[in-house]
Write a protein that binds this ligand. Structure first.
Ligand SMILES: *[C@@H]1O[C@H](CO)[C@@H](O)[C@H](O)[C@H]1NC(C)=O
Ligand SMILES: *[C@@H]1O[C@H](CO)[C@@H](O)[C@H](O)[C@H]1NC(C)=O
Length: 299
């Protein structure tokens, strides 16, 4: 009776834990914050990872900032995504020491380097548009209290897999700059951190299967067969025989085998000492009493 109480308590706890993890609400409660330079769309739950667009210093072969032609603007732009530009920004116009390490995009005109924004690692969704905004660049020429800023619109383009195609769309008052970034990195992907792998899905299905088998089987054994104690477990005799088989094969037989080798080595060297051989014989006969009839296999 105590066994069945413990078993039903265990099954109750196990099934409620399973129900907790399976309920849809927990997904919202424990949803991890998006990692740097990634975002989950609030509309489609699609996952976007812009880390592939990040240029890193010290990479082999050496990398450069993304180069964007300014065309009629009269200057070209250098941009990094989710990381500060790799180029030297120690002489950038109107930015303090700390800000110089965080320049995300710049251009050079008439020998002066102008920042068009500090780096941001948090892409955003405006409606269905994936955007990345850099702010706090060099002071705007006509309004020194304002600072240059750049707005990038990221668009999914499977053709742009190895590098993005960045186009300068336009600017206003040498203060606000707009870019269009076509890249495969802006195409939705599966979030590796949140998605269940095939192994986990298989494990969950197997777990449910075992649970249904146990609960259904115990219910049947109790109510129809009027079984009590351990016999409530479905196919109790088959499971017990299987367990016994593995117990003997995996534990008892190897231990016995090692004991026999040890006794062979020690007795062979010392000459057969009566005390050791009787102890071995006693242990093997006790195994025999425990239900193992294959003793002759080792003789
Ligand atoms: C911008 O780059 C192009 C080549 O990529 C070059 O021909 C042009 O002179 C550059 N413009 C400026 C203002 O440096
Ligand atoms: C370039 O800068 C110098 C001073 O540094 C200035 O005299 C000159 O007018 C500037 N040229 C242009 C085209 O802005």
């Amino acid at each position: 009776m105590r066994i069945s109480t413990a078993l039903s308590l265990f099954l109750f706890c196990f099934s409620s834990a399973l129900a907790d993890s399976a309920s849809g609400d927990s997904k919202k409660l424990y949803k991890p914050k998006d990692a740097e330079c990634t975002i989950t769309s609030p509309y489609s739950e699609n996952f976007f990872d812009l880390n592939k667009l990040k240029r890193t210093p010290g990479a082999a072969p050496p990398q450069m900032d993304w180069q964007v032609k300014g065309l009629d603007y009269g200057a070209n732009f250098s941009i990094n995504i989710c990381a500060p530009v790799l180029a030297d920004t120690s002489k950038v116009e109107g930015i303090d020491e700390a800000g110089r390490a965080n320049v995300g995009a710049y251009y050079e005109k008439n020998g002066t380097i102008y920042s068009i924004g500090s780096v941001s690692t948090t892409p955003q969704f405006r409606g269905r548009k994936l955007i990345l905004a850099y702010e706090n660049g060099s002071p705007c020429p006509n309004a020194p209290e304002l600072r240059k800023a750049a707005l990038m619109s990221l668009m999914c383009d499977h053709e742009q897999f190895h590098k993005p195609s960045i186009a300068f769309v336009g600017q206003f008052n040498d203060c606000a700059y707009f870019f269009e970034v076509r890249t495969a990195a802006a195409c939705p992907t599966l979030n590796q951190a949140q998605a269940l792998g095939p192994g986990a899905v298989f494990g969950a299905i197997m777990g449910v299967f075992v649970l249904v088998y146990l609960i259904g089987g115990i219910f049947y054994q109790r109510t129809v067969m009027h079984a009590r104690g351990w016999r409530q477990i479905p196919h109790y005799h088959a499971w017990a025989a299987t367990l016994n088989f593995f117990w003997v094969r995996l534990f008892v037989a190897p231990i016995l085998f090692i004991l026999r080798i040890l006794s062979f080595i020690t007795c062979g060297r010392l000459g057969s000492s009566g005390r050791r051989s009787t102890s071995i014989r006693r242990s093997s006969s006790s195994i025999e009493q425990a239900g193992w009839k294959r003793h002759d296999e080792w003789a």
